[in-house]
Design a protein around this ligand. Sequence first.
Ligand code: ADP
Ligand code: MG
Length: 574
Amino acid sequence: MPEKEILRRIYQAIKPYTGTMLVAMLCMVLVAGFSASQAYMVKPLLDRIFFEHDRSTLNILPLILIAIFLGKGIFYYGYTVLLEKVGQGVVRDLRQKVYRHISRMPLSFFHRTATGELISRVVSDVTLIQYAVSRAVVGILKDLFQVLGLLGVVFYMNWQLASFSLLFLPLSLVPMAIFGRLHRRYSHQNQETMANVSTHLHETINGHRIVKAFGMETYEGDRFAGIVDRLYRIFIKEAKVRNFSHSLMEFLGGVFVAMVIWYGGRQVLNGHATPGTFFSFMTSLVMIYEPIKSLSDVNSALQQGMAAAARVFRLLDEEPEPRAGTDDIPLPPFEKELRVENLSFSYDGNDTVLNDISFTIKAGETIALVGPSGGGKSTLANLVPRFYEPTRGKILIDGHNLMDLDIKTLRDQIAMVTQETILFNDTVKNNIAYGDPERNMDEIRAAARAAYALDFIEDLPQGFNTVIGEFGARLSGGQRQRLSIARALLKDAPILILDEATSNLDTESEREVQKALENLMRDRTTLVIAHRLSTIRQANRIYVIKDGRIVEQGDHDTLMASGGVYQTLKKMQR
Ligand SMILES: Nc1ncnc2c1ncn2[C@@H]1O[C@H](COP(=O)(O)OP(=O)(O)O)[C@@H](O)[C@H]1O
Ligand SMILES: [Mg+2]
């Protein structure tokens, strides 16, 4: 992303805070003015008091100094707090924006983007942008005002000496430019590696059971050590660049002061300047030096922020895939049928996962999909709530093409229970009422009862108010599944999709989950993908899907009699 574009967008982000920013800048100008007058005060101090022995000046000068410091203090406070407001405001806005953007991305986006990477965009990159805004963009202004004010004093005091010193100023800009570029490169590598750290942590802490079960602690430990070590080396390289540039700037500053002493001292000795002018001049120079030195630090913050901003903006630019339909028809309550017509689908545009699938589910029917693993059943199930979009063909609900429907009204009418239960680290109650916080306790309790979950919930230490741990870590597989069923019951959507909801369970929990599912399926239109064939005996029709095609269809008895794939699958279960 070109630098100009990044800056333009950072500017866009700051724009809402223009007012605050202007007031902050005003305070900044005043601070700079007070700083300059501090330097200027050295002249009367030396010349009037020490050389001319003027007593009246001695009475006024300390008072003026107190006033200057007081003023500087007040406005310094003002500008720093206001700037923080701008910087943190930008951070807040960007985090909200990035999070909303991420949550609107299609499933395919999450398949190709690591979680840790997204977390690091929202957490650390945004912070780096804040540094860039409040330290760099504004820091530059502050330093600039400071330098301008002090330069004013310097020129007012002695323009020859001032012009002489100005010759050196451009010299300090060269290393700043060179180091800035290096710095940006390291900062980028640094953030990428940080993202790897988060991804690795996220995966292995989440998957700790698998890591242990496979005895991979050492392997994962080594892998992590590798990443952290890379981070170490980048940090050290970065520190070398940053501190070398610091030392170099300091040295250049020293050379500069030495030259000024040599040139200015001669002027005092020749009688072209008073000692007061000279020291006042020197004070100004020393004070100018600070903001110039910090300009080089500011530069590195700016470089880091630019790199981070580029990553955040790239993420924000990731378009949700183009949509083929109009998207805006609200789906009326489901009443007639769900029809799949000549549906084909491919994840990547090459491998066809679903090939020319057609079938119809009438309201109130239960349709089962069976077939060998990898055949495309889950893919088909995910197309119904439009998690993906068909490559060819279409899905119609009561005659409305899914592509034309408003997604929210579509998903409101579909409940899904899948093999992997998704629960949040919240209370049992909030997990059941997820998506509908308005539900009252009676409804939640009724849903839990119908899902055969009430008994175990009431045995939990705080009942419905027990926090269940990340992803429901404190519950058994069957309990988690019954909570998801309670959630689906409470949602009370007319269309139900069950994707191997009982497959990960032992026989005991499977029986209970099965009973819960029967309650859930009652009076609903159901698409069930089942692993155990016993659960689909009652289905109105069964479709056998293999390699993305419907290879057989019919009810249980017909299929058993026909002696095809279904019969083979059924036999394998015995
Ligand atoms: N997110 C994905 N990206 C790319 N390919 C996928 C994705 N999910 C599944 N597949 C592929 O699609 C095919 C069908 O998978 P799936 O629908 O999960 O089958 P089933 O549920 O019948 O076991 C498989 O070959 C699988 O590798
Ligand atoms: Mg599947």
